[in-house]
Design a protein around this ligand. Structure first.
Ligand code: CA
Ligand code: CA
Length: 912
C-alpha cells in the first residue's frame, strides 16, 4: 500500500521536474510572433569608440542569419526585428531613437572588448539546465570587424549567430568538448578512438602539429599510453567537403553544415555537454520541446516572410525619480527612519555622477518634494537628502505617486523613454490596476521595493512590464533589507567604471556594552568614493566606533558625520583612494539596552583601466510553485573573466520565519553545471511558506583566488581543414600565458542583492519530504586492472542538501538502455556503499561479475540515489569504462614528414 503511494509521489515529482525546466525569460524582452523573433536587443558597450562598421556588420550578420535559421529550423523561425543600443558618447544622429525600457544590462547580445586580450571566441553565457535560456551572447568588436576570422568560426551570420542563438534561446549545449576531445567507440567488435563530435559521420584526420618559429611539422596523432586516447595536442581536422549536414552545435563553420543533429544523426556516445546536460538527446529534440516550437507552426515559404528590420536606439543621461510611500503605516516599525537611511545611501553613495534625480512622496495624494536635479557635485547630493521624508500619515495611492514621478521626469525630457522610477511602498492599494496600462506604455522603467508583509501583491507587475528590478525588505532590522535594495539600483548602462559597488552590508543585535567587530577588505580594483556607514536603531547618540585602515590609521566616532536630526546614521567618506587591504572595525553599543548595529561599505572602481570584481546574484525564476525546487546563482567576475575560489554565502529571507543561509559552490555538481566557471550555484528547497522572499549574497575571496579565462558555450575554434587532400591548419588560437589568466586577485569582499521572488502553493502545516536527491552529473568510470573504479559527487537527501540513504548502480553494454530502462539493467552490488554528505567526493571500486574484460570491452554505468523517504534521483550521466589497447604500430608511416610554410593567418601544408 505504502509503496504505491510512494510511486505516485515519484511520478508527480517527475512531471514537476519537467515543469521546472520550462525556460524563464530574465531580462530579455524578446517576443516570438508567427515565427518571427522581435525586440531582440543588441547593445554596444559604452566604452567602445564610435565605429559605424560595427552597426553595419551587426545588420549584415542578423539578416544573413535569419535565412539560415529559417532553413535550419525547417522553415519555422526567423529574425524579424532587432534593436541596437548605441553608446551615449557616439555623435547623435537624427535616425537614432531614444532607449525606452531596453538597457545594456538586459540585452540579449552585447558587443564588448574582451578583458585581458584572450581571443575573440563568441560565446553565450549559459548556466541553467537543458532547455533553459542563456543570459547573453558576447561578441567582441574584432569578431564583428575582422573578416579573416571567417576561416575559423565560419561566416558570422550564416553560422555563428545561429549557433549562439540556439544556446541563448533554447538552452542547447556544445557538441564538441575541448576537455574531453576523444572517446573510445566499438563498431562491429572493433574498437577505435573517435573525436567528440556530432554527427559521427563528419570525416577528418587526427593531426598533431609542432612548430619551431614559422616552420611547422604535422603528423598523425599517436596514442597516449596513459589515457589510451590520442596524445595531448592532437586535433581532429575535418575534410572541408563533407556530406554530413549536421551539426550547427558542433562545427558550424563547415560548408555542408546546415542542420542541428536530430534523433537520427545524433551521436549519443560523444562526451560533450549536450549529452550530459540533455540526457543524451539531440539538440533538435530539445528545440522541438521548447515553448517557441509548440507556439509556432512551419511557414509555407522558401525564405523568411520578412527581412529583418533594425531600429537604432541611443542611451541618454540617467534620470531617476524616487517615489516614496509616506502613508500612515510607514510610521510603524520605524519604517520611515529606515527609508530615510536607505534613500540617503542611494543619493549620497549609489547614484552616478551626471545623473538626474527627483523626489516624490505619496499617501492619498502625491507631492513633488524635489524637482529633477543633476548630480554635478557633492553639494547637490547633500541638498537632495534634505527633501527625503521624515514623517508619515494618510492613505495609499500608488498610481498618484507614479504619475507624479512621471511629471518630475518630464521637467527635463519631453517623454519618459529610458527614465527610471524607484517605487517604494508598504501598503495595499486596490486601485493600482487603474494605471497598469499607463505604466506599461510609459517608456519608463519601474523598480519596485516592497516593504513589510502587506505591500500590494500586484507591485511586481510594474517591474515585470517595464523590465525594472524587484526588491523586498522585511522589517527585520538586522537584515539591512532596505539599504541593500537601494544599493542594488545602479545604472544598467554597462558603464561599470561609474558604478557604486557594495563591499559589505552586515548587521547584528549587540547587547549592552558589547562589541560588533569585523573586517572589510578593500581590493585594488575599487577604492574611489569609499563610504563606511554605521547605523543603529535605538539610541539617540552613535555607538563608539573605531575603524583602522591597513596602514594603521585610525578613525573614531568623531571622524564620522552624524546627522543632527537623530536619523541614526554615522557616515565616513574616505578621501582619495582607500588603502588596499583589511580595514578592521570595532563598534561598541554604549546604549542602556541592546540594539541592532549595522555596517555598510560601498566604493567605486579605482581606475578606468582595470574592471572591478562584480557579482550578479539571482534565482532561476521570479515566481515558483511549490514543490518545484529553485536554484540560486551568483556570477562572480572581473570584466568577463570568472573569479574562482571565492567563498559565496547566500541568505534567503522569507516573509515570515527566519532566514536560511546556504553556501553556493562552483564544483560542477548538483545545481552547478560547470566547474570553475565563476558561476556559483545551489538548489533552494527550504521554503518557509508563501509570499515574497529576498536574496542576498556575501562573497569573500582570500589570497588563493585566481582569475581564469574561457567560457563554455562558445563557437568552435576550428583547428584547420583538409581540402583536396591538403591539410590547411589555422593559426593556433591565441593562448594567453598562465600569468595573465591566473593572476592573483588578492583578497576582496562583496555583497550583492539578488532581488525578490514569490513562492506559491506551499501547504500550511508541516511539510513532508518531497525532494529527492539531485541528479548526479559528474559520474566517472575507469578500469583498474580487472576492477572498475567509479567516482562522483554525493547528492543530498533534498537535492544537494543533507545526505542520501543509498545508491543504485547499474551497468549495461548499451548507453541508451541505461537511460531508457535503468531498472532493467544489471545491478552492481552496492550493499557496502553508504552515501556521504552532499558535496563530498565518493569513490567505489568493484569487480564486475560475468563480464570478460578484453580489448574493446566497453561497459556503461549510471547511478541513482535514494533518500530516507524512498524518493529517487533522476538517472545520472552515463559513463563508459573502456578497455582499449592501442595498436602497437600506432605511428603509421603512410603520412610522411611535412614542411609547412606560414602564409598570413593560414598555414599551408605541402606533402612531399
Ligand atoms: Ca559553476
Ligand atoms: Ca528528500
Amino acid at each position: 500500500m505504502t509503496k504505491i503511494v510512494e510511486k505516485g509521489t515519484m511520478r508527480v515529482f517527475k512531471s514537476l521536474v519537467l515543469l521546472f525546466l520550462v525556460p524563464v525569460v530574465r531580462g530579455s524582452m524578446v517576443q516570438l510572433k508567427n515565427g518571427g523573433y522581435e525586440d531582440i536587443v543588441i547593445a554596444i558597450n559604452p566604452e567602445l569608440p564610435e565605429d559605424h562598421n560595427i552597426i553595419r556588420n551587426i545588420k549584415d550578420m542578423v539578416k544573413e542569419a535569419s535565412t539560415y535559421l529559417f532553413n535550419a529550423t525547417k522553415q519555422r523561425f526567423f529574425f524579424k526585428a532587432v534593436k541596437i543600443i548605441i553608446p551615449q558618447h557616439w555623435l547623435p544622429k537624427s535616425e537614432y531613437l531614444s532607449v525606452k525600457t531596453e538597457s545594456y544590462d538586459k540585452a540579449d547580445v552585447i558587443v564588448a572588448n574582451p578583458y585581458l586580450k584572450y581571443g575573440d571566441d563568441p560565446y553565450t553565457l549559459q548556466y541553467g539546465g537543458c532547455g533553459e535560456k542563456g543570459r547573453y551572447i558576447h561578441f567582441t568588436p574584432d569578431f564583428l570587424l575582422n573578416d579573416t576570422l571567417y576561416n575559423i568560426y565560419g561566416s558570422r551570420g550564416t553560422k555563428v549567430f545561429v549557433h549562439e542563438w540556439a544556446h541563448l534561446r533554447w538552452g542547447v549545449f556544445d557538441e564538441y568538448n575541448n576537455d574531453a576531445p576523444f572517446y573510445v567507440s566499438v563498431n562491429s567488435g572493433k574498437a577505435s578512438v573517435e573525436a567528440t563530435r556530432c554527427s559521427a559521420d563528419i570525416t577528418g584526420k587526427y593531426i598533431v602539429q609542432s612548430c619551431t618559429g614559422n616552420n611547422c611539422m604535422t603528423r598523425e596523432c599517436d596514442y597516449d599510453q596513459q589515457t589510451k586516447l590520442y596524445e595531448a595536442g592532437c586535433k581532429f581536422v575535418p575534410e572541408k567537403t563533407q556530406n554530413a549536414p549536421a551539426s550547427i552545435m558542433y562545427m558550424q563553420s563547415l560548408p555542408s553544415v546546415v542542420e542541428f543533429c536530430d534523433q537520427s544523426t545524433h551521436n549519443e556516445k560523444a562526451t560533450n555537454l549536450q549529452n550530459k546536460m540533455c540526457n543524451y538527446h539531440s539538440t533538435w529534440e530539445v528545440i522541438m520541446n521548447s515553448t517557441d516550437f509548440s507556439n509556432t507552426s512551419p511557414i509555407n515559404s522558401a525564405s523568411p516572410p520578412f527581412e529583418t528590420s533594425f531600429s537604432l536606439l541611443q542611451t541618454k543621461d540617467r534620470a531617476v525619480c524616487l517615489v516614496l510611500d509616506v502613508s500612515g503605516s510607514m510610521a510603524g516599525y520605524n519604517r520611515i527612519k529606515h527609508l530615510y537611511q536607505a534613500a540617503e545611501i542611494f543619493l549620497l553613495q549609489i547614484i552616478e555622477m551626471g545623473s538626474w534625480v527627483g523626489i516624490v512622496t505619496f499617501e492619498s495624494t502625491a507631492q513633488i518634494t524635489s524637482n529633477l536635479r543633476q548630480i554635478v557635485s557633492e553639494n547637490v547630493r547633500q541638498d537632495l537628502i534634505k527633501y527625503l521624508p521624515k514623517s508619515a500619515g494618510g492613505g495609499t495611492n500608488i498610481c498618484a505617486g507614479v504619475r507624479k514621478g512621471f511629471e518630475v521626469i518630464k521637467q527635463k525630457y519631453s517623454n519618459l523613454d529610458g527614465s527610471e522610477i524607484v517605487l517604494l511602498t508598504d501598503g495595499e492599494d486596490s486601485g493600482m490596476s487603474i494605471c497598469l496600462k499607463e505604466v506599461e506604455d510609459s517608456g519608463s522603467i519601474i523598480h519596485t521595493i516592497a516593504l513589510g508583509p502587506s505591500a500590494a501583491p500586484e507591485l511586481e507587475q510594474f517591474s515585470d512590464m517595464t523590465g525594472g528590478l524587484k526588491f523586498y525588505a522585511t522589517d527585520t532590522v538586522d537584515s539591512n533589507g532596505l539599504q541593500d535594495a537601494f544599493s542594488g539600483i545602479s545604472s544598467g548602462s554597462g558603464n561599470i567604471s561609474e558604478q557604486s559597488i557594495q563591499l559589505e552590508s552586515t548587521a547584528q543585535s549587540v547587547a549592552v556594552k558589547q562589541w560588533m567587530n569585523g573586517t572589510v577588505t578593500v581590493d585594488s580594483t575599487v577604492g574611489k568614493d569609499t563610504f563606511f556607514v554605521v547605523t543603529w536603531d535605538r539610541s539617540t547618540s552613535p555607538p563608539d566606533i573605531l575603524l583602522r585602515d591597513p596602514k594603521g590609521k585610525e578613525y573614531r566616532t568623531s571622524n564620522f558625520t552624524v546627522s543632527d536630526l537623530n536619523l541614526r546614521t554615522a557616515r565616513l567618506n574616505i578621501a582619495g583612494t582607500a588603502e588596499v587591504g583589511d580595514w578592521l572595525y570595532w563598534i561598541q553599543n554604549n546604549h542602556t539596552v541592546s540594539q541592532v548595529i549595522s555596517m555598510i561599505v560601498t566604493s567605486r572602481p579605482a581606475s578606468l583601466a582595470v574592471p572591478p570584481v562584480t557579482v550578479k546574484a539571482h534565482m532561476n525564476k521570479d515566481t515558483n510553485n511549490f514543490p518545484n525546487p529553485m536554484v540560486i546563482y551568483a556570477e562572480v567576475s572581473q570584466g568577463f573573466l570568472p573569479v574562482l575560489g571565492a567563498t559565496v554565502m547566500a541568505t534567503v529571507e522569507p516573509q515570515t520565519g527566519s532566514a536560511v543561509e546556504l553556501r553556493l559552490l562552483d564544483d560542477g555538481s548538483g545545481a552547478d553545471i560547470t566547474k570553475n566557471d565563476g558561476i556559483y550555484s545551489k538548489y533552494f528547497t527550504t521554503f518557509k511558506g508563501n509570499g515574497r522572499y529576498n536574496l542576498k549574497v556575501h562573497i569573500q575571496g582570500r589570497n588563493q583566488t585566481v582569475r581564469l579565462g574561457r567560457r563554455q558555450s562558445r563557437a568552435l575554434y576550428v583547428p584547420g581543414y583538409i581540402e583536396n587532400g591538403e591539410i590547411k591548419i589555422n593559426a593556433p588560437r591565441p593562448e594567453v600565458s598562465d600569468d595573465e589568466i591566473q593572476a592573483k586577485l588578492g583578497s576582496f569582499n562583496r555583497v550583492a542583492t539578488g532581488g525578490s521572488f514569490v513562492v506559491k502553493n506551499v501547504p500550511s502545516g508541516g511539510i513532508i519530504d518531497v525532494f529527492p536527491p539531485c541528479k548526479i552529473t559528474d559520474l566517472e568510470a575507469q578500469f583498474e586492472e580487472d576492477k572498475i573504479h567509479l567516482s562522483w559527487t554525493a547528492p543530498g537527501n533534498d537535492l544537494d542538501e543533507g545526505q542520501a540513504d543509498r545508491y543504485i548502480i547499474k551497468m549495461s553494454e548499451s548507453l541508451l538502455d541505461l537511460r531508457n530502462t535503468f531498472e532493467d539493467a544489471t545491478s552492481v552490488n552496492t550493499s557496502s556503499l553508504i552515501p556521504k554528505p552532499a558535496g563530498t567526493k565518493e569513490s567505489f571500486q568493484f569487480k564486475p561479475e560475468n563480464v570478460t574484460i578484453e580489448n574493446g570491452t566497453i561497459i556503461y554505468f549510471a547511478i541513482r540515489a535514494i533518500d530516507n523517504a524512498s524518493l529517487t534521483s533522476e538517472v545520472s550521466n552515463v559513463v563508459q569504462a573502456a578497455l582499449f589497447v592501442p595498436p602497437k604500430e600506432s605511428l603509421p608511416d603512410t603520412l610522411p614528414t611535412e614542411v609547412i610554410t606560414k602564409i598570413g593567418d593560414c598555414v599551408l601544408l605541402f606533402i612531399f
